[in-house]
Ligand binder design. Structure first.
Ligand code: SF4
Ligand code: SF4
Length: 114
């Protein structure tokens, strides 16, 4: 069979029946501007951490709001809290506080799991 230089993408289905939206509900309360995000990607384009890693605030928030927070623990530590993303966000999302609040929630979760 000929190779055309591309492959089939991995299944991206989100199973809402089995994912928990607990973190999404928490962040909605702690930093309500998160719901203004329209996934434009301007934050990712200006992100200091993205220059050195695969970090994307847009992907992180999209995952959390969908209840898909499987990769968040490894990802969220990459943010340097520099705040550049806040300056470029056209929707006024308080991105830095979103990260800060998510880290807080994850620390709490870890403390209860230990
Ligand atoms: S720049 Fe703002 S609206 Fe755009 S993806 Fe980032 S947080 Fe969302
Ligand atoms: S605060 Fe975090 S997400 Fe925003 S630009 Fe800086 S490193 Fe990137």
């Amino acid at each position: 069979m000929s190779k055309f230089g591309f492959t089939i993408s991995k299944d991206q289905q989100i199973d809402y029946d089995h994912l928990s939206r607990e973190l999404a509900r928490y962040i909605q309360k702690a930093e309500p501007t998160v719901y203004r995000c329209m996934s434009c990607g301007s934050c990712a384009g200006s992100c200091s951490a993205a220059k050195f890693t695969q970090f994307s605030f847009r992907k992180l928030v999209t995952g959390v709001l969908r209840g898909d927070d499987r990769h968040i623990i490894g990802e969220i530590q990459k943010c340097m809290l520099c705040g550049k993303c806040m300056l470029v966000c056209p929707r006024g999302v308080n991105t830095r506080n979103v990260i800060h609040q998510l880290r807080k929630a994850l620390n709490e979760r870890n403390r209860h799991e230990v």
